[in-house]
Design a binder for this molecule. Structure first.
Ligand code: PEP
Ligand code: MG
Length: 855
């Protein structure tokens, strides 16, 4: 009766067998590919996922039928074969089929030691993985006849029965236990965390053992043909004599190198012909499987067996190099190479990274606001950072939050850590602009700025001069120095991105405020500047003073004097930007200084300002108080400042136009784009446009040079999005500033949201930090409304996004679908944006061609 019920749908893996990843799993499919390549793969039988499900549900398998594929008295292994290697699976069990009779035979043919080691390995594996006995009871330092007897006795004592002798029963028990382990809750959660769907299935492969323990040259090892960290060609791996399976882990110090090596003996010395065969097989694998593979092999009395192969586990940089090298050799197409590299992985190549293999002593987690790793001594002020830099000592600037005065400190530091702030706070935006690793919102640390000390929740104290590491990629702060991987902006990186540009169908610009940013933008092949935040041009010390003079001026005469000092500085800035960008578009945003970012915060700062302005401190303090706002983010910012004090925008427009004239006289051509920030009403645009047109007319007539310019609006308030139809009457372009638009749509302060964002995300109130990942449902709807209404008024209206979201793959997908012309992001995110956009274009092509082929 049971025989009728027994599962029989297993298949021996032959070149023509019907094996697919979907039904039999990746390992079975990969083994079939190796078989097709004529590799010496031991005989293997594949159990499809349907059979494994049946076994888990209690149905019997025709085990004798499986074993019949392997001839008389075989030894076999069982390995998991889910659809994706990342999904893991139950542990492999080796040497199934070992019993007293087989042991006695092996003593004769292979010797006592080998027979004991093989039997012992099976008893251990079976006891732990199948009978679920305590692994400690079967921990054996050295295999021996006594150790084997002890293990068999321990099994009998625990299970109240002898160790099973019948190979078919052994196999049935192993398969049942592996099938059930896959269904367990922890295994399910683990694989789901690696992206497996809820109903992910398991296939199993039963393979004849290549023993690795026995006569002559016998052992096992792994070989790969590239360095897994750099991706450069290099044979790496190890070989361990008289070993099988995971023995290498416990006896690594006895392992041999593969190629000749001055540090010790190698497989190449020991068995040159075998080594040569392996190398040839690796090369064939690479070409035929179109991938860099790691091959697991066993040598049995000088006979080579390839028992398994997996994609070489690799760092991001190695992944990129492998894809590019395979494409350059014509093994895969360029398009495939592009799709094989995950865009987010690029940020790991742009900055030094904390080596993922290194030990990590995490003292706190904050928001990783700017990626990359940096190690340095703690400093608590910008002055200390500058002093440290001048001594050539790398330092980490630690502040409660940063302000414009800290720009000098940020330039001098190798990394930044702040207590407050979120993804779009000052430190975060500037950190990303400078490519400086930065962690914000580390509110679990106590910041004691007076005593120059930070204290963790657990009471660990770090004082000025202590060494820490910031990992801006993960948001972790580590005690002490950490091993770093250098950036990898090499030929492979450049090749991949230039191939990406060939297919990319949305513009990618950079947010660049200074000549240095503009140069970085060019280095990363941005197609122009999408946002130049002009107030950021005044963060340098000398300029900050002039800027503050202008803000503090209480008569129009004083303001005119301050503006007259700023004009030549601005003109020179723009000339430099235009020169660097060489005719590429440059979009200049008129001043948008949240005033609190420009006022000194400390008494010391106020005193310095009083000196610079040559006014009594009490005067300066009174004025600072008068300018203080309850919520400066919603205060006299952006166009509001431009309406109340129009001379400021006049000065900027004059500087822009005079720079255009200067460049034109040298034969250059530039059509500047002038952008008005924080607009909420059409009338604001009309007023500013009127004055800018007048300034343009004046500069044209004074210089005798004609020039064109474009005027556009930043959509940063919900009202501007809703009234985009009106606003577009006076704007040739709209650029969505999604930082402020997110702030205002949610009613969520950019600077304070960090305090509760973690709780909100953890509790699922928001799926993600909306300052980090564009909220397509809410803010996104405003983008769509703004785009549609704007284009109804002006068909050729140029649309873009320039908030920090601009570089995220999700926002690029959203904007591309909505028909935007370009995205603009921090210069260091431009490569990621270029690759993401290429992925989207290629994926569209793929789905179009699959629809066509269905037609
Ligand atoms: C924005 O609000 O999205 C923006 C780009 O401007 P800023 O970050 O300077 O306010
Ligand atoms: Mg803004």
């Amino acid at each position: 009766m049971q025989k009728l019920d027994a599962i029989t749908d297993f298949t021996e893996i032959t070149p023509s067998a019907s094996i697919s990843t979907a039904t039999h799993g990746w390992r079975a499919k990969c083994l079939q590919r190796l078989v097709r390549l004529d590799m010496p793969v031991p005989r293997t039988v594949s159990l499809p996922a349907s059979a494994v499900r049946g076994i888990a549900a209690g149905r019997a398998l025709d085990c004798a039928g499986v074993l019949a594929h392997f001839g008389d008295a075989p030894l076999v292994s069982v390995r998991p074969s889910p659809a994706q290697p990342e999904w893991g699976g139950p542990s492999t069990v080796l040497n199934i089929g070992m019993n007293a009779a087989r042991h006695a035979l092996l003593v004769k043919t292979q010797g006592q030691a080998a027979a004991d080691a093989l039997y012992l390995r099976f008893v251990q594996g079976y006891a732990v993985h199948v009978a679920r006995l305590d692994p400690d009871m079967f921990e054996i330092a050295e295999p021996s006849a006594q150790a084997l007897r002890d293990a068999l006795r321990a099994y009998r004592d625990e299970m109240d029965e002898d160790f099973p002798e019948d190979p078919a029963r052994q196999l049935a028990e192993v398969l049942r236990s592996m099938a059930r382990a896959w269904e367990g809750t922890s295994a399910r959660l683990l694989r789901q965390s690696k992206g497996a769907p809820e109903d992910a299935a398991l296939g199993l492969v039963v393979q004849e053992m290549a023993q690795g323990i026995g006569q002559g040259v016998s052992g096992s090892g792994v070989i790969q043909f590239i360095d897994p960290v750099t991706g450069l060609e290099q044979i790496t791996g190890r070989y361990l004599g008289q070993s099988q399976g995971r023995d290498m882990k416990s006896r690594e110090s006895d392992a041999l190198y593969l190629t000749r090596d001055p540090r010790g003996p190698s497989l190449e010395d020991l068995a040159p012909e075998l080594f040569e065969t392996l190398a040839q097989q690796g090369a064939a694998c690479r070409v035929k499987l179109r991938e860099e593979m790691q091959i697991e092999f066993t040598i049995d009395d000088s006979k080579l067996a390839v028992i398994d192969a997996v994609r070489v586990p690799r760092s991001s940089r190695a992944g990129l190099r492998i894809a590019v090298d395979l494409a350059k050799e014509g093994i895969i197409t360029r398009e495939e190479a592009i799709l094989r590299v995950e865009p987010r992985a690029l940020s790991e190549l742009l900055h030094p990274q904390v080596d993922p293999r290194a030990a990590r002593d995490v003292i706190v987690r904050g928001i990783g606001a700017s990626p990359g790793g940096a190690t340095g001594r703690i400093v608590f002020s910008s002055a200390a950072a500058q002093a440290s830099a001048s001594r050539g000592e790398p330092c980490i600037l630690v502040r409660r939050e940063t302000a414009p005065e800290d720009i000098r400190g940020m330039h001098s530091a190798v990394g930044v850590l702040t207590e407050r702030g979120g993804m779009t706070s000052h430190a975060a935006v500037i950190g990303r602009g400078l490519g400086l690793p930065c962690i914000v919102g580390a509110s679990d640390l106590r910041f004691d700025m007076k005593d120059h000390k930070i204290t963790t929740k657990a009471g660990r104290k770090f004082v000025e001069g202590d060494v820490i590491t910031v990992d801006g990629t993960t948001g972790e702060v580590l005690a002490g120095a950490a091993e770093m991987l250098p950036p990898a902006l090499d030929d492979a990186f450049r090749s991949l991105l230039s191939w990406a540009d060939d297919v990319c169908d949305i513009g990618i610009r950079a947010n660049a405020d200074t000549p240095a940013d503009a140069q970085t933008a060019r280095d990363f092949d941005a197609q122009g500047i999408g946002l130049c935040r002009t107030e950021h041009m005044f963060f340098e010390e000398a300029r900050l003073v002039a800027m503050r003079e202008m803000i503090f001026a209480d008569t129009s005469q004083d303001r005119a004097a301050a503006l007259a000092r700023l004009l030549p500085m601005q003109r020179a800035d723009f000339v430099q930007l235009f020169d660097i960008m060489e005719g590429l578009p440059v979009c200049i945003r008129l001043f948008d200084p949240p005033l609190h970012e420009f006022l000194p915060h400390s008494r010391e700062g106020l005193r310095e300002l009083a000196e610079a302005l040559d006014r009594p401190l009490s005067d300066v303090m009174r004025r600072a108080e008068a300018l203080a706002e309850f919520n400066p983010m919603l205060g006299m910012r952006g166009v509001r400042l431009g309406i109340v004090l129009p001379e400021i925008y006049d000065m900027q427009a004059q500087a822009i136009f005079e720079a255009v004239v200067e460049v034109a006289r040298r034969g250059g051509a530039i059509v500047p784009e002038i952008m008005i920030p924080l607009v909420s009403a059409k009338r604001e645009v009309e007023l500013v446009k009127h004055r800018i047109d007048a300034v343009a007319a004046n500069v044209r007539s004074a210089s005798g040079v004609d020039f064109a310019f474009k005027l556009g609006v930043m959509v940063e308030t919900p009202r501007a999005a809703l009234r985009a139809g009106d606003i577009a009457q006076h704007a040739t372009f709209l650029s969505f500033g999604t930082n402020d638009l997110t702030q205002m749509t949610y009613g969520l302060s950019r600077d304070d949201a960090g305090r509760f964002m973690n709780t909100y995300v953890q509790q699922g109130v928001y799926p993600e930090d909306p300052f980090h990942i564009l909220d397509v449902e809410g803010v996104g709807e405003l983008l769509l409304i703004g785009a549609e209404r704007g284009r109804q008024t002006r068909e050729k209206l140029t649309l873009s996004i320039c908030g920090e979201h601009g570089g995220n793959p999700e926002s690029i997908a959203f904007c591309r679908k909505a028909g935007f012309d370009y995205v603009s992001c921090s210069p260091y995110r431009v490569p990621l944006a270029r690759l993401s956009a290429a992925h989207l274009a290629l994926m569209d092509r793929e789905s179009e061609s699959s629809v066509e082929s269905m037609d």
